[in-house]
Design a protein. Structure first.
Length: 191
């Protein structure tokens, strides 16, 4: 309740100010909710969530001894390249959306390393997949491993930023839709 002005002269001003801040916080949370919902309802995000649940269901029926060996089959190519190097493994599942070359080159210069990038933007990688090999392996600790992983941006969908094949696929898809009599709409053709 708001006290009478003669008892607390700043009461109405403080109450109105707090009310204004609460309204702004509510409005900001509403905007974030709408953005989150629109992002989560996109087809790639729904497919990624369904895929993650499917993998969880499949792995729940597999004994622990076999589950630990599942990732080993993916790294045959990595095992050949890692004879003397340190294999950097990614911690997420998804498409490599971009790799920061300036970040990698700075690490190479500062730490006197040799880094071979094994995956490229647009490749789909599983958790624990090898994405880079670092020489000499003795210089790589947990902190440097984490730093190198930061150069890889992983997401649920491909992006045309560094993935030329994605941009070409988007152009082909738009052209096919624009020419199709079933989905012939002017907005697709303009895009």
């Amino acid at each position: 309740s708001i006290q009478p002005v003669r008892e607390q002269p700043q009461g109405p001003q403080i109450t109105a100010t707090v009310g204004l801040y609460l309204m702004l916080a509510t409005f900001a949370s509403l905007i974030l909710l709408v953005q989150h919902i629109s992002t989560m309802l996109q087809a790639p995000n729904i497919a990624a969530a369904a895929g993650a649940k499917l993998v969880d269901v499949i792995l729940s029926d597999i004994p622990d001894e076999i589950r630990s060996d599942i990732g080993q089959g993916q790294s045959d190519r990595a095992a050949l390249a890692v004879t003397e190097g340190y294999l950097v493994r990614i911690l997420d599942t998804g498409y490599i959306q971009s790799i920061d070359p300036d970040y990698i080159l700075t690490l190479v210069r500062e730490k006197d390393l040799t880094i071979q990038i094994m995956q490229r933007p647009g490749d789909y990688v599983w958790r624990d997949a090898g994405v880079a090999v670092v020489w000499p392996a003795a210089q790589v600790d947990e902190r440097l491993d984490k730093t190198i992983r930061r150069a890889f941006r992983i997401g649920n969908q491909r992006t045309p930023t560094q993935d030329v094949e994605c941009a070409v696929n988007q152009l082909v898809e738009m052209a096919v839709r624009a020419m199709s009599p079933a989905i012939n709409d002017p907005f697709t053709a303009m895009t």
